[in-house]
Design a protein around this ligand. Structure first.
Ligand code: IMP
Length: 193
């Protein structure tokens, strides 16, 4: 069996036929998170960190990063919805769930699954900065630089991906595929097209 066939074989049977390609394997994700956690531990040595996961896409990134960190860290979540079509963002953002904790004078690391146009994150960063934290930085597992509409300082980036729609490892299409361990692309028929 070829390597790519083996990768497909590991996916749950119910979803396998809809997947076109495994773009980033679970092993590469794990290695990258080891690397990023190491960098964060060095950068925040002697500090305490608040990880702010952006629901729902960042659930696995937050969990897998949190348990790798050596610096003391806690976790909070925000949920935002952007008004747009199924696969693009409009930049108009609504907070569906705010943080439980105050962030004034705290070191905040926003944890994202993917930064696409950047409009959602741009809104979120402005909102968080207005609460006067000691610092705000961003970690995003994925970035699509070719789609960026606003310039954003993303301190920790996992992988750059081309302008393709990806799912898995937290990323969904219509609430499906989040639970896949790998990041994959879908066949056109999976979108109902
Ligand atoms: P942005 O505001 O355009 O940067 O969009 C950010 C949000 O759009 C992400 O947090 C995802 O929820 C969603 N998104 C953007 N690209 C993808 C993708 O390729 N797959 C799944 N969701 C995506």
């Amino acid at each position: 069996m070829s390597e790519s066939a083996e990768m497909l074989e590991r996916l749950p049977a119910a979803y396998r036929s809809q997947v076109e390609e495994v773009l980033i394997s679970r092993e590469r994700i794990a290695e990258k998170l080891d690397e990023l956690a190491g960098a964060i531990d060095r950068d925040y040595a002697g500090e305490e960190l608040l990880l702010v996961g952006v629901l729902k896409g960042a659930i696995f990134v937050v969990a897998d990063l949190h348990r790798r960190l050596g610096v003391p860290s806690s976790v909070d979540f925000m949920a935002v919805s952007s008004y747009g079509s199924a696969t693009t963002s409009s930049g108009v953002v609504r907070i569906l769930k705010d943080l439980d904790a105050e962030i004034e004078d705290r070191h905040v690391l926003v944890v994202e699954d993917i930064v696409d146009s950047g409009l959602t994150l741009d809104y979120l960063l402005k909102n968080l900065r207005s609460r006067r934290p000691a610092s705000v930085e961003v970690l995003s597992l994925l970035t699509k630089p070719s789609r960026r509409e606003v310039d954003l300082p993303i301190r920790y980036v996992g992988f750059e991906v081309p302008d393709v729609f990806v799912v898995g490892y937290g990323l969904d299409f219509a609430e499906h595929y989040r639970g896949l361990s790998d990041i994959v692309t879908l066949k056109p028929e999976a979108y109902g097209g």
